[in-house]
Design a protein around this ligand. Structure first.
Ligand SMILES: [Zn+2]
Length: 423
């Protein structure tokens, strides 16, 4: 009796899932399942309900009712991951805009940019700082399929020192006070509280501005902002909540201090020296180079886009930006892909690959930074970054072989995210 009941339940479940299952069969000429292995030739990838269920050699017949995608002449590559974007903003230096544009406008801009980013081949992004609810709304929108866009891991407003990069500066004090996001902090206790507040309000990751920045109005250099005790408090508190910390940092001592405090990734890392690199290696801290950001701001110099304070800072970093990642690579610092899109036009994210290779990285390693390495940074290495059974169906198709010339990724012909085809 018991066996019969179980059998009935089992077959009911099986028929229910057969009815609701949506299967897509993808044929491609070449499949890069993982940048560390040789590509497969003609293959069939089967996707059911948003997940990859099989990757087989040859072009298999599609079962009845399945959707068929025929990518003849194309290479199928794992969906790309950009660990540093700002979807809710477009490039430009008008710092006063934050005093006149409501947060809601950031969502409108973000919907446009989420679609552009997805169509450029990026199926997962880490949102590195926005107003309180804008990036979280986009995160939900792409997850529920209401809008087209990548999977979003979002920070929300960054933690900053009072008046530092990430806090408001450049206005009258009473205007600064009104525009403050409420996430500046002083001392380990208040900084711990702000981490908990960010967690409470929906952050997937804690973003901090560990040193001065290039595009803010304060002209006090690019060295450490938070004290060592504050950074340690932020890292420990975040980790106790199961959250990682990403730190914007330019100055070498700021990078070194952030790595020693237990910060998980360093964004930019412009003035990285050997001591800072050692601290990163010792602590497993990952570098996110954002070379496209330097490229983007340099393109806009001398056009009256930036204030004189900011122009000076851009000219100061332009030279070093052409070499620092190559040095880090040779020193053995772990590197994952991030661009700072929003500082330059969204959709140009894959331009980062050529800049990385230009500083001495191999094509294969460059592709790994945006797939397996980035997935690991997100603790999602069993979910994204590879084309393998059980993984989320996040894939793109391009002409050519990115393992031989990674700039093939600048022109993406077809994108699938969570089993949905971008159109
Ligand atoms: Zn940024």
């Amino acid at each position: 009796m018991r066996a019969i009941t179980l059998g009935l339940v089992g077959s009911l479940l099986a028929s229910a899932s057969a009815l609701s299952a949506e299967t897509t069969i993808i044929h491609a000429d070449r499949v890069i399942t993982d940048p560390s292995t040789a590509p497969m030739g003609r293959s069939t990838v089967t996707v059911t309900d948003g997940r990859i269920v099989s990757v087989e050699e040859g072009w298999a017949e599609a079962p009845e009712g399945a959707e068929m995608v025929h990518l003849e002449g194309k290479t199928l590559v794992p969906g790309l991951i950009d660990l540093h974007v700002h979807l809710t903003g477009d490039p430009g230096g008008d710092f006063w805009r934050e005093a006149v544009e409501p947060d809601e406008w950031g969502v409108v801009v973000g919907v446009k940019n989420a679609e552009k980013t997805l169509k450029a081949g990026f199926t997962t992004v880490r949102e590195a700082g926005s107003a309180q609810h804008t990036a979280f709304s986009l995160r939900r929108g792409t997850e529920e399929g209401l809008i087209q866009g990548p999977r979003i891991i979002a920070a929300g407003p960054p933690l900053a020192i009072v008046g530092g990069h990430g806090d408001v500066s450049g206005f009258k004090p009473e205007i600064n006070a009104i525009l403050s996001s409420g996430y500046s902090c002083t001392g380990p206790v208040e900084c711990a509280e702000k981490v908990r507040r960010a967690s409470q309000n929906g952050a997937d990751i804690i973003k901090i501005t560990a040193t001065g920045g290039v595009l803010s109005q304060q002209g006090r250099g690019l060295e450490a902002h938070f004290s060592d005790a504050e950074m340690k408090s932020i890292a420990d508190t975040a980790h106790s909540l199961g959250l990682d910390v990403m730190a914007h940092a330019h100055g070498a001592r700021g990078i070194e201090a952030a790595a020693k405090a237990g910060i998980d990734t360093i964004e930019h890392a412009t003035y990285l020296d050997e001591a800072a690199a050692k601290a990163m290696k010792d602590n497993g801290t990952v570098l996110i180079p954002t070379l496209m950001a330097f490229q983007g701001v340099t393109e806009r110099l001398g056009q009256g886009v930036y204030t004189p304070t900011v122009e000076t800072k851009i000219r100061d970093v332009a030279e070093i930006a052409r070499v620092f990642m190559g040095k880090a690579y040779r020193w053995g610092v772990p590197i994952a892909f991030g661009t700072d899109a929003g500082v330059f036009e969204h959709g140009r994210n894959a331009g980062e690959f050529a800049l990385m290779v230009g500083q001495g990285m191999t094509n294969r390693d460059a592709l790994a930074t945006a797939t397996t390495n980035a997935a690991k940074v997100l603790h999602m290495e069993h979910e994204i970054g590879r084309i393998a059974p059980g993984y989320s169906a996040d894939m793109i198709a391009v002409e050519g072989n990115p393992l031989e010339d990674v700039t093939a990724l600048e022109d993406v012909d077809w994108v699938m995210v969570r089993g949905r085809i971008a159109d």
